[in-house]
Design a protein around this ligand. Structure first.
Ligand SMILES: Cc1cc2nc3c(=O)[nH]c(=O)nc-3n(C[C@H](O)[C@H](O)[C@H](O)COP(=O)(O)O)c2cc1C
Length: 199
């Protein structure tokens, strides 16, 4: 059950509250979100990405800046994200503008990654055609030798994006499909307005 009184006036705080509850319940991949973008013809495209940070600006994820999604975001810097936390019967939908985070923020996160993931970021030309897997593994091996005993710097084509929400929906499953849904929308003065929606 979800009522208006349960909701924080700030949807990012509300999101964080639900996210922490999903972590507590040990929802598998609670930070996995389906992110939809649109291609140059306006057709939607979607894939799963991991949420790595929630801050006062929005939701941060990391990826390759030359991937298909990055190209799409370059042309149309808007995205929609969906989370689904089954044991809690909760869905959250988020929409907003997307922009790259600073190089310094991406560097700081890259440093925390395991070495294997750091090498992977260098090795993979994400979303480009690979002739075979051997090509990828050979590149990884070469990189491993190049950086043996050395710190691995962040590739310039790898970093974070922040999805800055302008719309949220919190969905709580209820019996008989009479689910609770609340949306947050920004009004003309930029304040959040909360409305209950029919399920
Ligand atoms: C559970 C899961 C988590 C993933 N996390 C990421 C991620 O954080 N960053 C990323 O670039 N790709 C991630 N991927 C891979 C993406 O779904 C996708 O294959 C890749 O980013 C290429 O997408 P694109 O061709 O649309 O750019 C993840 C996939 C799964 C299934």
């Amino acid at each position: 059950m979800l009522t208006r009184d349960d909701l924080d006036e700030d949807p990012l705080k509300q999101f964080d509250r639900w996210f922490q509850e999903a972590l507590k319940k040990q929802v598998d991949f609670a930070n996995a979100m389906t992110i939809a973008t649109v291609d140059e013809s306006g057709a939607p495209d979607a894939r799963v990405l991991l949420l790595k940070e929630i801050n006062s600006e929005g939701l941060v994820f990391f990826t390759n800046y030359e991937s298909v999604k990055a190209r799409q975001l370059g042309l149309n810097p808007h995205a929609a994200a969906v989370f689904w936390w089954p044991v809690l019967e909760r869905q959250v939908r988020v929409r907003g503008g997307v922009s790259k985070i600073s190089a310094a923020q991406s560097d700081a996160y890259f440093k925390t990654r395991p070495r294997g993931s750091q090498l992977g970021a260098w090795a993979s030309k994400q979303s480009q055609v690979l002739q075979d897997r051997v090509e990828l593994e050979a590149t990884c091996l070469k990189l491993e030798q190049r950086y043996r005993g050395k710190e691995i710097p962040r590739p310039e084509n790898w970093g974070g994006y922040c999805l800055k929400p302008n719309h949220f929906e919190f969905w709580q499953g209820r019996e008989n499909r009479l689910h609770d849904r609340f949306e947050y929308d920004r009004n003309k003065s930029g304040d959040w307005e909360i409305r209950r929606l029919a399920p």
